[in-house]
Write a protein that binds this ligand. Structure first.
Ligand SMILES: Nc1ncnc2c1ncn2[C@@H]1O[C@H](COP(=O)(O)OP(=O)(O)OP(=O)(O)O)[C@@H](O)[C@H]1O
Length: 239
């Protein structure tokens, strides 16, 4: 199996200007690899640096040090820690990211929020909307909400729109920040099923979990974050 993502000594520090330039460590010296088609889990307490890692890979955050070697379809191996912004924007067509919270787009109906990724890939508008409705239906979003604005949706409804938006593009690498948080049992099972299907079709994944039941059903290997550092996962957590 070839490696799709190799993170070496990743470090992210934040400088808080409002606190007189105080430095906060997001993560430090984090290294791991993800093989093509594999699912890597990240566990650890709140504030330990898990989301920071995903945000560095997606380049929401610019890393302070280390490298993130990603084997892309369009450019071959790219260091995402150094890639120029225009290259990052192109790479986002093959990297999906499900954040903890849906980024609300004002006055854009749910169906279009979900369909956007397919339009960007060149799919015809109506065809993209048709596929978007299929994902919304599968994730149990009520039909009367499909043309409504997600700003008024519940946390779980927003999360399902967020998931549909990422899954619809069938990304090569998918980053998931607590994908099953705030979902009821039936929807959680559907999400796990969808993620397994996507993994079966070759998508590699990195996911943060507090929900150990979901993690056990999805991940192949994992590591634990503590105080910004990563540690090997103790097998018993996944047993
Ligand atoms: N944009 C930012 N500016 C300043 N500090 C930040 C920023 N983002 C994260 N941090 C800090 O970095 C540390 C790690 O945060 P991170 O969000 O990665 O934790 P986490 O493990 O994902 O937590 P949770 O499980 O609660 O989501 C925290 O101390 C946090 O306050």
């Amino acid at each position: 199996m070839s490696v799709i993502l190799k993170v070496e000594n990743l470090c992210k520090k934040f400088t808080l200007h409002m606190l007189g330039g105080k430095t906060i460590v997001g993560c430090q010296d984090v290294s791991f690899v993800v093989e093509e088609g594999a699912f890597l889990g990240i566990f650890g307490p709140s504030g330990s640096g898990k989301s920071t890692i995903l945000k560095c890979i997606y380049r929401t955050y610019l890393p302070s040090g280390g490298c993130i070697k990603y084997l892309s379809r369009c450019y071959g191996e790219v260091d995402l820690a150094l890639a120029p912004e225009r290259q990052v924007l192109v790479l986002r067509q093959e990297i999906g990211y499900v954040s903890q919270f849906l980024k609300i787009m004002p006055r854009v109906p749910a169906v279009d929020v979900v369909a956007e990724g397919l339009w960007l890939q060149g799919t015809d508008q109506e065809e993209a909307r048709k596929v978007a409705r299929e994902y919304l239906a599968r994730l149990g979003v009520a039909r009367e909400l499909w043309d409504a604005y997600p700003v008024t949706f519940s946390g779980g409804e927003q999360q399902r729109v967020n998931l549909a938006r990422a899954l619809i593009t069938r990304p090569r690498l998918l980053l998931l920040d607590e994908p099953t948080a705030s979902l009821d049992v039936n929807t959680k099972n559907t999400v796990i099923e969808l993620l397994r299907e996507l993994k079966g079709s070759g998508t590699s994944m990195v996911g943060i979990f507090h929900d150990m039941d979901a993690a056990r059903r999805l991940v192949d290997s994992a590591f634990v974050m503590r105080d910004g550092y990563c540690y090997p996962e103790k097998r018993r957590e996944l047993a």
